[in-house]
Design a protein around this ligand. Sequence first.
Ligand code: NAG
Ligand code: NAG
Ligand code: NAG
Ligand code: NAG
Ligand code: NAG
Length: 418
Amino acid sequence: MRAIFLVAALALVAGASAQSMKGKELKGYTFGSDVGPWLNVSMDVKAIKDALNSPEPNFKLAQSIYMDGMNARRPDGSLFSLRTMATEPKSVDTPFWKLYTQFYKTPYWLDDNMMRAFGGIPPYVTNVTRAQVIVKSLQSALTTAYVMHELDEAVEKLKAGKKQEASDNVDQGWAIFVGGDINESLWTVAAKRANEYGTKLNCDISRVSDAVRKSFLAAQKAAQSGDVKALEKARSEVQRQLTILFTQAIITYSHEMYLDKAAGVPADEHQSEAYSFFRVIAPLINQANKNASEALDFWLFPGMNVTEDVDLKAARALAASYKGLGITADEVGRYGDKQAELGCKDYVPSSGSGILSTTQAKDSLRPAEGAAPAAGGEGAKGEEAPVEEMPAEEMPAEEAPVEEAPAAAPGGRRLRLF
Ligand SMILES: *[C@@H]1O[C@H](CO)[C@@H](O)[C@H](O)[C@H]1NC(C)=O
Ligand SMILES: *[C@@H]1O[C@H](CO)[C@@H](O)[C@H](O)[C@H]1NC(C)=O
Ligand SMILES: *[C@@H]1O[C@H](CO)[C@@H](O)[C@H](O)[C@H]1NC(C)=O
Ligand SMILES: *[C@@H]1O[C@H](CO)[C@@H](O)[C@H](O)[C@H]1NC(C)=O
Ligand SMILES: *[C@@H]1O[C@H](CO)[C@@H](O)[C@H](O)[C@H]1NC(C)=O
């Protein structure tokens, strides 16, 4: 497989240097440097998705694209792969990577998880679960971690007086956020979620993407002028916005799990998606509210039986974390608010014989009768429902410490132990 890519890649070398992105604008941000490879990795994500979205997913091909790269070349002609992005920052001492490394107890928290899914290692055993975990981890977990890594690097370089290098890092972060293939990027992940929460600014731009763009423009200016404080502020705001985005995603997919259970169909696909989205911000939730992160980890772990009212419970646990996360219920929005007045097109389900399903915006979470009033029954509108209100048997933290969990959770439920 490697050889085939090498041949294909060599054929591209001639054109590779032709189109520099320096001075070009993308979604309202003008690059000060060439960001070709950082844009092109999104095409690798697309190629991986295409290899997997079939009744006979080609995990070998997908894995080789992940590991070796395919569409993105560094200036020296070598391939820049998604796996490089997942593993390269391990040796640095930047805040985001450090926090995640501590939480997952390995600097390879992204790569280990990918390798499990590629290899069909529990808890990722069915084709659709493996495929979703791979695709969602690439589109959401890797991009988020890398965007934050670029901003952390920018801060570090600016502190060392390296304005140009800091500015280049900011450019690269925006390239990853928007992507050369926008459908595979955080920009579009944010648009899809905004479509369910009434948080679209217009049909193309979500409130999250708009705020992230403003922060990147501020970060670019700060890097150029040497303003470390302003750069740090922009960095924190990007993290906060991404937290809002994945809070929306966790509630959406918990609701899909609820609907699966109610319909008596397997919830494994949606559970693996909910879990993948949870992993994107789990260390941040854990910092904000350890109980909430333990509970979400328990409910969403692939293979766990779907607990009653999983959507309301997840929304409640998240609402209890908002304060610590520095986000508000208004920013998350109300699940089911479709903003019909904007007249946007629906996201069309993927056609053909693909195995990956596409989630359509639903009307609302169920009426919250019986659920704690402060909870997310209406799109997590409530503030600060204390987690103690969760039924005791739903709180794994106390009665099922990790070491004693196996009886209740065969296979071990803690990915952070991987
Ligand atoms: C990005 O992909 C395009 C289209 O395949 C290709 O022409 C270009 O050389 C690639 N650029 C880099 C830097 O990899
Ligand atoms: C899972 O994927 C493999 C590899 O493509 C395929 O051979 C197999 O039929 C698939 N299994 C199911 C249950 O669809
Ligand atoms: C992105 O998705 C839209 C809608 O599904 C599609 O029309 C468009 O061609 C896609 N863009 C790329 C670059 O594949
Ligand atoms: C899920 O529920 C079934 C039937 O109630 C039970 O047999 C099984 O052990 C449960 N699985 C887990 C992982 O708890
Ligand atoms: C976490 O759970 C414990 C035990 O149920 C409880 O005493 C504590 O107050 C909870 N903390 C939060 C922040 O909800």
